[in-house]
Design a protein around this ligand. Structure first.
Ligand code: NAI
Ligand code: MG
Length: 498
């Protein structure tokens, strides 16, 4: 059973109809590349253990709502045991290991991730709903690249920070979200281990499976027991980890709301903290840009990973003189996006990660319509089961609308206009967030002028959503603080003689 959503606009109906007639053959990636256990315990001290909490919860596929596995819900005692295992591994071996030996483990992990990349990509797409072409071409290769990159730093810390005697902190508690599960694990674990720390990591409740498969990667790499511990659970598990007195550093990626609560909790404790939170990035298109290239960048900026991206280009700022041709091209491009089965290699937009997230997107989209913005969705067929949302563009958006202010974290773009670079800048910076921005123009001088004035941690020029382990990533304002990636990404895991 299939149903249609979105209205075919009167204009261009014929063109759209001809596009719909053109059918793709299914191109499914093999589901059986990965086999999940029925139940996963916690990974503590190098072993799978039953949770002392005796609690479990299910993780499902958001595309089909089928249950994939049951995982443990770690309670206070479970977190205690995991932190103790990490402390033990830190004191008794890992922190005093030759840095070049530490590097060998990280290189091994990187290579195993590459060897098992197809299996991990399928697992990621099943558990989280993202298109297989993204998990295969972006998430898993970048996760491996992070381990390779930080493996290289492990025995060169003295050169990264000359005359500062860099030393590890101890046990790092790491809490990650559901939008890039294995990649966020890599962003957290690779620099922590390279600098000689041990970790307790908590994956998000809807996407724990690649972190649990990663425990098998650690086993294959013969990583010493207790260096990596994985505690699955929900927000309460995360909160236990944050409050734990035995943790020296917390690294959190997730919502601004939870980030603020963590910062309040840790104020005055001396526990080190980095926060990577939400965003409402401006993707700014000037009239001298390469228009078709910009359209591709806009699409990649907001529809990549269903818009579940903290640095998504969710506010499109278009120079008035090219507004009409640009929006026409964008709408036409949207009709070619294929929404559906995440395991199909032709899918561009997969499933929304959870029912809760789908409800949040629906609520914000309804508010956009109520406040007076004009909605466009291309004609597309959404599966009956699972959580789906059609790619959406809002025009006629005022800066005060919720859809221009709040992070939607879905495939929803808000279009605003500007006349001068000054106005573009003012509008771009008019948000509580400051994670990223995009600038599209032929003029190099304008790119630099904008980049210097945009209050955003990352500014992409004539591209968008490009990631590289050598490049630091992080926010201004309510998007958080601290940097991940690059040499900067080592610093939050080190202390120095000042
Ligand atoms: P969340 O912030 O609740 O979840 C992120 C992680 O934090 C999960 O592992 C969760 O279990 C954990 N967590 C939740 N409460 C905690 C607490 N009190 N102490 C410690 N850890 C805790 O985000 P949620 O509810 O999944 O998504 C809500 C919104 O947050 C999204 O719609 C999106 O706007 C934003 N978000 C931003 C992300 C980013 O990459 N910056 C990632 C995920 C969500
Ligand atoms: Mg899941």
């Amino acid at each position: 059973m299939e149903r249609r959503v979105g209205d075919v606009e009167k204009k261009g109906t014929a063109a759209v109809a001809s596009l719909l007639e053109w059918e793709y053959a299914p191109a499914p990636e093999a589901r059986d590349l990965v086999r999940f256990e029925e139940r996963y315990g916690l990974y503590v001290g190098g072993e799978q253990v039953e949770p002392r909490s005796k609690q479990w919860f299910a993780t499902t596929s958001p595309a089909t709502e089928e249950q994939l596995a049951e995982v443990a819900l770690a309670g206070t005692e479970d977190v205690d045991v995991a932190v103790a295992a990490a402390r033990d591994a830190f004191e008794n071996g890992w922190s005093s290991l030759e840095p070049s030996e530490r590097a060998k483990y990280l290189f091994r992990i990187a290579r195993i991730l590459q060897e098992r990349s197809r299996e991990l990509a399928v697992a990621e797409s099943l558990d989280g709903g993202k298109p297989i072409k993204e998990s295969r071409d972006v998430d898993i290769p970048l996760a491996a690249a992070h381990f390779f990159y930080y493996a290289g730093w492990a025995d060169k810390l003295e050169y990264a920070f000359p005359n500062r005697r860099p030393r590890p902190l101890g046990v790092a508690g790491q809490i990650i979200p559901w939008n890039f599960p294995l990649l966020m694990l890599a962003w957290k674990i690779a620099p922590a281990l390279a600098t000689g720390n041990t970790v307790v990591l908590k994956p998000a409740e809807t996407t724990p499976l690649t972190a649990l498969l990663f425990t098998d990667v650690c086993r294959q790499a013969e990583l010493p027991a207790g260096v990596v511990n994985i505690v699955t659970g929900d927000g309460s598990t995360g909160a236990h980890l944050v409050k734990h007195a035995g943790v020296d550093k917390i690294a959190f990626t997730g919502s601004t709301e939870v980030g603020k609560a963590i910062q309040r909790e840790l104020a005055g404790t001396g526990t080190r903290l980095t926060l990577e939170l939400g965003g409402k990035a401006a993707n700014i298109v000037f009239d001298d840009c390469a228009l078709d290239q910009a359209v591709e960048g806009i699409v990649n900026g907001i529809y990549f990973n269903q818009g579940h991206v903290c640095c998504a280009g969710s506010r499109l700022l278009v120079q008035e003189s090219i507004y009409e041709p640009l929006v026409a091209k964008l709408k036409r491009r949207l009709t070619t996006l294929r929404v559906g089965d995440p395991l199909d290699k032709n899918t561009d937009v997969g499933a929304i990660n959870s029912r809760a997230q789908l409800e949040k997107i629906r609520e914000l989209v309804a508010s956009g319509e109520e406040e007076g913005a004009e909605i466009y969705q291309p004609p597309c067929v959404l599966p009956e089961k699972g959580y789906w949302f059609a790619p959406t563009v809002f025009t006629n958006v005022a800066q005060s609308y919720r859809i221009a202010q709040e992070e939607i974290f879905g495939p929803v773009l808000s279009v605003l206009t500007f006349r001068t670079p000054e106005e573009a800048l003012e509008k771009a910076n008019n948000t509580a967030y400051g994670l990223s921005a995009g600038v599209w123009t032929e003029k190099g001088s304008r790119i630099l002028w904008m980049a210097q004035r945009l209050r955003a941690g990352v500014v992409w020029a004539n591209t968008y959503n490009r990631f590289d382990p050598t490049s630091p990533f992080g926010g201004y304002k309510e998007s958080g603080f601290g940097r991940e990636g690059g040499r900067h990404g080592l610093e939050p895991y080190l202390r120095f003689d000042e």
